[in-house]
Design a binder for this molecule. Structure first.
Ligand code: ISL
Ligand code: CA
Length: 544
């Protein structure tokens, strides 16, 4: 594929390798499994695959603890297989995006092992944030920064003689020491890693925790109760933009528009947009929509804000309903309390899965009709719910860091059901996370046979997004059809209407249905989206 600006409207499918398909029967998803399912991905119609980290890793954080960027984890396959996969996908017109994690590496990475061995004051330690503790005996934690995984951000090392030594910084788990981006080795190494993967044909990189890598070298404490702000010691620091401009230059060295996709969690719209300025990242995940409750006004405000913040920098918006870190949409939208914290698995709260599925299908059509690129997390096209796992099955460190109160993120990482009536549902060997007993109706094979399935809905939506000129290119304008209705026109004739109210609403007088999330009988039921073609106003248009 050679289309210029392909990433502006692309549908990008996120593969959590460990849970997609298991080729060798050990219960762990792998590259052989992905290669065997490329036909499925082609038929789904996606433009690109984003692979969560597939590098050699102890998997202390599902691979976001990279031990070696130039090797595939042996549980997933080999570098040769990755090269084959990239090439085979490309032959089907599907590009590959890999995950880069600049904020930290694994504590098993050779750099960190060297740093521990070399001891305090060594140049090896300067690639990280080693620091003496506070107080005469150095037992005081160097800063009061709080980890995203709800714990302390520093761990104390031991000296060669066994005595307590320096501390090192980790914004995530202790197995993920933060890198020092003031160090030239760190910058050079990442540019080489980018080239390593671009040389192997990948079309882009997803940049993990992209607003975190730069740190204030003075390591100041956070004032009590402070939110991210200018000059925050470790969030959204200005130095980051130099790094991403360098990365953009590397990407631009290659033909075929290699893209940078940032995971930038920032509430401030203006500061978010700075990452998307010309010469920096191509796109960044928009998490705003994902965090909205099932409410027309809230969703519309979020969409409007997203489009407005992207317009000045000329970057396309992105639309994300879920990923490997958040509760599956079917479960989220099925909760009675629409003000749920979207990222937390609040088991025990009542979830109406049937309603959740209706809303998740409606939401999928809604975002697929918006201008920009679209991310689909594996299994959402099957309408999978979040899985309430037995606590002893959970591996996600987020679960352990909060002492088991938070079930963590593994409930959305359960291996996919492909076929059959019982686990492993065609996944491969006994899955590394247990699958529910009632997934037979959700398998790919079962859904292929049912024209009303969520799989068929996703496939049709992705095809129409590409084929219908208005959906691909049309300007968006809002339609006012009532306070519980979210409706907009794309281009001249194409309309998307979502009914977020409790009762059916009439459809516009003259229309043909392109696609709907539920069967229609002349009205649009609650919790449904319809795509319509309106009879065009034929004023001034040349006959054809
Ligand atoms: O997971 C989260 C909330 O449920 C977020 O706070 C998450 O930590 C943040 O979005 C950064 O996530 C990324 O980097 C993490 C990794 O654990 C996540 O899987 C990844 O998406 C550390 O590398
Ligand atoms: Ca396997």
């Amino acid at each position: 594929p050679t289309d210029e600006g392909w990433w502006r409207t692309a549908v990008i499918y996120q593969i959590y390798v460990r849970s997609f398909a298991d080729g060798n029967g050990d219960g762990i998803g792998d590259l052989a499994g992905v290669r065997s399912r490329l036909g499925y991905l082609k038929s789904l119609g996606v433009d690109a695959l984003w692979f969560t980290p597939w590098y050699r890793s102890p998997l202390a954080d599902g691979g976001y603890d990279v031990q070696d960027y130039r090797a595939i984890d042996p549980r997933f396959g080999t570098l040769e297989e990755a090269e084959l996969l990239i090439a085979e996908a490309l032959e089907l017109g599907i590009r590959t995006i890999v995950d880069i994690v600049p904020n930290h590496i694994s504590d098993r990475h050779e750099w960190f092992r060297q740093a521990l061995a070399a001891g305090p004051g060594s140049p090896e330690r300067e690639r990280f944030w080693f620091h003496p503790g506070r107080g005469a005996d150095g037992s005081g934690i160097p800063t009061n920064w709080v980890s995203s995984f709800q714990g302390e951000t520093w761990t104390r090392t031991r000296n060669a003689d066994g005595t307590p030594g320096e501390w090192y910084l980790h914004l995530f788990t202790p197995q993920q020491p933060d890198l020092n981006w003031n160090h030239p080795d760190v910058r050079r190494e990442h540019e080489e890693v980018l080239r390593f993967w671009f040389d192997r044909g990948v079309a882009g990189v997803r940049i993990d925790s992209a607003a975190l890598p730069a740190k204030d070298p003075a390591l100041p404490d956070l004032p009590a109760g402070s939110a991210p702000a200018e000059n925050h010691p470790h969030i959204d620091r200005d130095e980051l933009h130099d790094i991403y401009r360098e990365w953009r230059a590397v990407a631009d060295d290659y033909a075929g528009e290699r893209v940078l996709v940032g995971e930038v969690w920032l509430d401030d719209a203006e500061r978010f947009a700075r990452y998307l300025r010309p010469g920096e990242m191509h796109t960044a995940f928009n998490f705003g929509f994902m965090t909205q409750p099932w409410d027309a006004a809230a969703m519309r405000a979020s969409i409007t804000r997203t489009l407005a913040e992207h317009a000045p920098v000329g970057a396309p918006a992105t639309w994300v309903l879920s990923n490997h870190d958040v509760t599956r949409p079917v479960t989220r939208y099925g909760q009675a309390d629409s003000s749920f914290a979207f990222e937390r698995k609040r088991f025990g709260t009542a979830t109406d899965t049937a309603r959740g599925l209706r809303r998740a299908r409606a939401a999928a059509l809604l975002v697929a009709a918006l201008p920009g690129s679209l991310y689909v997390y594996q299994g959402d096209e099957l309408g999978l719910p979040e899985v309430e796992l037995p606590l002893d099955a959970i591996e996600d460190p987020m679960h352990f860091r909060s002492h088991g109160v938070d079930p963590g993120r593994d409930g959305c990482r359960v291996p996919l059901p492909w076929a059959g009536d019982a686990s492993p549902y065609g996944f491969g060997g006994a899955p590394w996370l247990p699958q529910p007993a009632d997934w037979a109706g959700l398998t790919v094979d079962a859904q292929e046979l049912d024209p009303a399935s969520t799989l068929h809905l996703y496939r049709a939506a992705i095809r129409l997004r590409r084929e219908v000129h208005d959906l691909a290119n049309g300007e968006l304008s809002w339609l006012e059809l009532g306070s519980d209705v979210l409706a907009f026109r794309r281009g001249d004739d194409t309309v998307s209407i979502t009914n977020l109210g409790a009762t059916p609403i009439p459809l516009p007088a003259h229309h043909a249905v392109l696609l709907s999330s539920t069967p229609l009988d002349g009205t649009l039921p609650a919790d449904a989206t319809a795509w319509l073609t309106l009879r065009p106003a034929r004023t001034g248009r040349a006959p054809h």
